[in-house]
Design a protein. Structure first.
Length: 446
């Protein structure tokens, strides 16, 4: 159990007295996840300088696009943009944006990748979220209030958390004020977000009675960020949530994230549906291809295991799929162990028969492309995040964290006759087939 769960399970009444807890819980939750994964580390002054320089570099990206009114505003990210026909589109929201008309939509992009595409590479009216973060600092500096809280001080001390909650409170107040000001000027009909982290955006929209719709971001099961059972204040949560499939719909109802089941919309994954019909054609010189999704906390361990598997199974092509370049620090290329930097996770696994991971969200998406999953239970993370999913579906397999177990599993599976359509059909419970007109109909209800 994460520390955030312990805090909320034991102190729910006290936390509901803290007006900013619905936002602060994300800060405390991320901190506790980093503690759990043992990856919380001090950022060097050089790294801080690099972040600030990159921030300045993209701040005025698409600046001219601000100066007009839009009916719809989408808050997305560089990581969420994928290429179709040489144009970058949002992997979740493109169908909705295209339906409303791209000329009526402003796409505000959070730059969470080292590389980003030019304005000309997309048909969207794109601008940088960095300008919002920068301008919000003026509200931050002008805020002379003190937000000290003895209860939060006790939590920090008890759980050894070095969280400057006063800074975080001023930050959310500042971005909320700026978003309210901007929304008053632009007067959008609806706001869309593609991650639950845009709490200031949601808060501003709700205070102005502008409908806010969120696209599901990652796994909901066992995700503290969606679990609001003990939180009475829902003013930081969207009006509607577009989920991948029925399993997430059932889970989100249990988590009390939204006030009504009518506000949960089945949406699937636009880009995933597209990829299924479009192949990139990797090398055919191997009997099988296997995609391996890495997670930063266990990347070193996974690469070690996969390297041994590649050496033991020379007729199989193993393709590593990193979250960041740092994941590949221990990677040494072999003839059958590759990295394709120009391709994304979806494009790669669509060419494979098997998908291997520790606990990547790609594990729930791969079967919608007809793949088998093998979970490598490094540090018991596979069971922690996906135990029920693994046990409930015939296309999932789990092995312990050693190469011998994984090699034996691959040997057992690679010559099996696989009914891709049956896998896809069963995974529809987790990823609905995209029906944009139906999604729009549900968005417009009420």
């Amino acid at each position: 159990m994460l520390i955030i769960d312990k805090i909320e399970n034991n102190l729910k009444e006290e936390l509901n007295q803290i007006s900013y807890w619905p936002y602060l819980r994300l800060v405390y939750g991320q901190y506790s996840m980093n503690q759990d994964r043992n990856i919380y580390q001090k950022i060097s002054k050089l790294d801080i300088l690099k972040v600030r320089l990159s921030f300045l570099k993209v701040m005025f990206f698409g600046f001219k696009n601000f100066f007009r009114n839009y009916d719809y505003i989408f808050f997305g990210s560089t990581d969420g943009l994928k290429k179709i026909d040489n144009k970058y589109i949002d992997r979740l929201g493109h169908g909705v944006m295209d339906y409303y008309g791209l000329d009526k939509v402003l796409y505000i992009e959070y730059f969470n990748r080292g590389k980003y595409s030019s304005l000309a590479s997309s048909d969207y009216k794109r601008v940088s979220y960095s300008i919002f973060q920068f301008l919000a600092k003026f509200f931050f500096v002008l805020d002379k209030n003190t937000y000290s809280n003895d209860f939060l001080d006790k939590i920090n001390k008890k759980y050894n958390m070095k969280i400057d909650y006063q800074y975080e409170i001023k930050k959310i107040i500042s971005i909320t004020k700026l978003c309210k000001l901007y929304f008053k000027i632009v007067k959008p009909k609806k706001i869309f977000i593609t991650a639950y982290t845009y709490k200031g955006v949601v808060k501003a929209a709700k205070e102005l009675s502008i409908e806010c719709i969120e696209f599901q971001h990652g796994v909901i099961t066992n995700n503290y960020a969606y679990r609001y059972n003990y939180i009475k204040d829902k003013s930081y949560n969207p009006d509607k949530l577009i989920v991948y499939g029925r399993q997430d719909m059932e889970t989100i109802l249990k988590f009390d994230y939204l006030s009504s089941s009518e506000n949960i919309i089945l949406g699937g994954n636009f880009y995933l549906n597209h990829i299924y019909k479009h192949n990139v054609k990797l090398s055919n010189n191997y009997s099988s291809k296997i995609g391996v999704s890495l997670q930063t906390p266990i990347a070193k361990e996974m690469i070690s295991i996969i390297t041994q598997c590649a050496e033991a199974l020379p007729d199989i092509l193993f393709i590593l799929i990193p979250r960041s370049k740092n994941d590949l620090d221990t990677y040494i290329e072999l003839s059958n162990l590759k990295v394709y930097e120009e391709l994304n996770c979806y494009q790669i696994i669509n060419e494979c028969m098997i998908h291997i991971t520790g606990y990547s969200t790609c594990s729930t998406e791969a079967p919608s492309l007809g793949l088998l999953n093998i979970f490598v239970n490094i540090e018991q993370r596979s069971e922690f995040y996906y135990k029920e999913y693994i046990e409930n579906n015939f296309f999932n397999y789990i092995v312990e964290d050693n190469a011998v177990s994984l090699v034996n599993m691959i040997k057992n599976l690679k010559n099996r006759k696989i009914d891709k359509q049956e896998i896809i059909k069963q995974n529809n419970f987790y990823f609905e087939q995209v029906n944009t007109p139906k999604i729009i109909e549900n968005i417009e209800k009420g």
